[in-house]
Design a protein around this ligand. Structure first.
Ligand code: 3Y8
Ligand code: NAP
Length: 251
C-alpha cells in the first residue's frame, strides 16, 4: 500500500510540507476550510470546505483511501485538530501534527498575555486608543464592546458585510508579512497597541518585531488547548514519520 496523505492545511508550514511531499513523488491532498476566496495554490491536489464534522471526516478518509493524516492547521484551528484526533483514532489511522512553537517574549517586548479573544476584549476596556487588530475577520464582532478605539484591521479578503466596529481602517492583505512594512504601517496609522494571536511561525511575526522596535504594547492571545497527538516541527520530520509508520505497517 503506497502512502496517500491528507494534509489539513492553511499555514505556511502546510504549504512547505505539500511541496516536500510533491517533490518526494508521494501522493497527497491538501485540505482548506474555505475561509478565504482564493487559498494559495498548492503543488498537490486540494479540496476546499468542511468535511461535515468527525463523521464527515471519517467518510472522507475511507472514500479517499487516506493512509496517513498530517494536521498542519494553524494553532488556533482547535476544532479541526480535535476532529482529526477523533477520526483517526476511530479508524486506527496514523496522525501527526506539523506544529510551530509559540512565540516567547524577547528583551524589549511589552506583552500583556491574555487567555483568549475575550481576554483581549477585556484588556481593551480603557480610554480610546489607536489599535492594530490583526486577528483576522472571524472574531471581529467580539471587539464590538469597545467602539471607542480606532482599529486598523488587516483582512485576507475585502469585508463582505458591515463591520461591527465604527472607527476602522481596513487593509486587505494576506501574509506572510515583513517587519519593515509592518513598522511603517504602524507609524503611518499612529498605532498605540497591537492585538495578536500567538500564532507562532514566521508569517505573522512581523507585527510583533515591529511593535518591539517601536516600544508598543502587544495584547498577546494565548493558544487554545489542543488534544494530545504526536507533533513534529518540520516537513522533513513528517517524511521520517511517514517512513517509520510505513515500516510499522509492513509496506
Ligand atoms: C484559509 C490559506 C501560506 C499560508 C499563509 C501562517 C501565515 C500568512 C499570518 C496579521 C495576522 C491571521 C489569519 C494569518 C496568517 C499565514 C498563512 C497566515 C493571520 C491563509 C489561508 C486561509 C487563512 C484563514 C485566515 C483566517 C484568519 C487567519 C488572517 C491561504 C491566508 C489573522 C491568523 O477572512 C477570513 O475568514 C480569515 C480567516 C482563519 C483568522 C481569523 O480569525 O480571521 N487565517 N489564512 C485557510 C482555509 O480556508 O482552510 O490562502 O494560504 C493562510 C495564512 N494566514 O501557505 O502562505 O502560516 O500563519 N491568517 C493569526 O495568525 O492571527 C494574519 O494580519 O498579522
Ligand atoms: P476550526 O475553528 O478549528 O474549524 C472549524 C471547522 O472548519 C472544522 O470543524 C471544519 O469543518 C472546518 N475546517 C477547519 N480547517 C479545515 C481544513 N483545513 N480543511 C477542511 N475543513 C476545515 O478552524 P479555523 O480556526 O476556522 O481555521 C480554518 C482554516 O484556516 C484552517 O485550515 C486553518 O489552518 C486556517 N487558519 C486559521 C487561522 C486562525 O487564526 N484560526 C490562522 C491561519 C490559518 P467540519 O466540521 O465541517 O469538517
Amino acid at each position: 500500500m503506497t502512502p496517500n496523505l491528507l494534509i489539513l492545511g492553511g499555514t505556511t508550514e502546510a504549504t512547505a510540507l505539500a511541496k516536500t511531499v510533491a517533490d518526494a513523488g508521494l501522493r497527497g491532498i491538501v485540505s482548506f476550510a474555505g475561509r478565504v476566496d482564493r487559498p494559495v495554490r498548492q503543488p498537490l491536489p486540494q479540496r476546499i470546505g468542511g468535511f461535515g464534522g468527525v463523521a464527515g471526516l471519517m467518510s472522507f478518509l475511507k472514500d479517499q483511501s487516506i493512509t496517513h493524516v498530517v494536521d498542519a492547521t494553524h494553532p488556533f484551528a482547535a476544532q479541526m485538530s480535535r476532529h482529526a484526533v477523533a477520526a483517526t483514532k476511530a479508524l486506527d489511522l496514523p496522525l501527526v501534527a506539523l506544529t510551530r512553537p509559540a512565540w516567547v517574549p524577547q528583551t524589549g517586548d511589552i506583552w500583556h498575555s491574555v487567555a483568549d479573544i475575550a481576554g483581549a476584549v477585556e484588556a481593551l476596556q480603557r480610554p480610546a486608543a489607536r489599535v492594530m487588530l490583526a486577528v483576522g475577520r472571524m472574531h471581529l464582532a467580539a471587539f464590538a464592546p469597545n467602539p471607542q478605539h480606532f482599529y486598523l484591521l488587516r483582512l485576507v479578503d475585502p469585508p463582505k458585510t458591515a463591520l461591527p466596529l465604527p472607527r476602522t481602517e481596513v487593509l486587505v492583505s494576506r501574509g506572510p508579512f515583513r517587519e519593515a512594512e509592518d513598522s511603517a504601517l504602524m507609524q503611518h496609522h499612529r498605532i498605540e497597541i497591537v492585538v495578536s494571536k500567538n500564532a507562532g511561525g514566521t508569517g505573522a511575526y512581523a507585527k510583533i518585531a515591529a511593535a518591539r522596535a517601536l516600544k508598543l504594547p502587544v495584547i498577546m492571545i494565548d493558544r487554545p488547548a489542543l488534544p494530545d497527538r504526536m507533533e513534529v516541527a518540520t516537513p522533513k520530520a513528517v517524511l521520517r514519520w511517514l517512513a517509520h509508520t510505513c515500516t510499522d505497517l509492513g509496506v
